[in-house]
Design a protein around this ligand. Sequence first.
Ligand SMILES: *[C@@H]1O[C@H](CO)[C@@H](O)[C@H](O)[C@H]1NC(C)=O
Ligand SMILES: *[C@@H]1O[C@H](CO)[C@@H](O)[C@H](O)[C@H]1NC(C)=O
Ligand SMILES: CC(=O)N[C@H]1CO[C@H](CO)[C@@H](O)[C@@H]1O
Length: 203
Amino acid sequence: MATISFNHSLQFLVVVLALNSLINISLGGRQIEPNSSTEFIKTSCSSTTYPDLCCQTLLDQASEIQTSPQLIAHAALNVTLSDVKSATESLAKLSKIHGLPPRAAQAMQGCLKELSESVEELRKSVIEMDKIKSSNFRKMISDIRSWVSAALTDESTCTDGIEGENISSDEKTSVRSQILTIAHLTSNALALVEDYASLSHQG
Ligand SMILES: *[C@@H]1O[C@H](CO)[C@@H](O)[C@H](O)[C@H]1NC(C)=O
Ligand SMILES: *[C@@H]1O[C@H](CO)[C@@H](O)[C@H](O)[C@H]1NC(C)=O
Ligand SMILES: CC(=O)N[C@H]1CO[C@H](CO)[C@@H](O)[C@@H]1O
């Protein structure tokens, strides 16, 4: 299924926050196995909804991720943030190049606004991830959950907003595929946070 469940995404976000906190507290991000970073990333990615995309974006960071569930979740959020930023820039260019009818231009502007908000939400989540401690764990997790969930909603609102508009099908396809990719990355990041949280809860 390509459809993203927002409820599921929220759960992922919460888990990600929790996982990060727990890992920082209990594992300190240390390597927990002999170097098999590549294997670790493949295994971790296999539990996400879009494993190919996951491997494709994280394997080149093996030396940074090592075999840490916390670091892979953090790296996934970093990648997501950076891709949402690029998509926002690329859509901003797209909306300027083409002489869109007023209503369609307005929809595109709305979409860009949603994406900018999603960038801010993901940025706050990444920053918060770095600051999680046992004393603020609950609040941090709750914040991150809200932000990541809001980011997913914004991404979806963006796509919905242009769907009924008089925009060329090429353009629509381009917007749709970019948004789909960042939504999949967001979903994967949440899944990795969830993994991190569940491991941490056992410790
Ligand atoms: C995530 O990004 C921050 C800020 O750019 C960086 O300091 C950190 O090392 C990154 N973490 C991972 C696991 O990639
Ligand atoms: C869509 O916009 C183009 C101009 O950009 C116009 O020629 C065309 O008639 C519009 N189609 C509809 C269905 O409004
Ligand atoms: C922790 C560690 O040494 N990781 C290495 C494991 O192997 C990958 C791929 O060969 C390297 O990139 C990592 O640096």
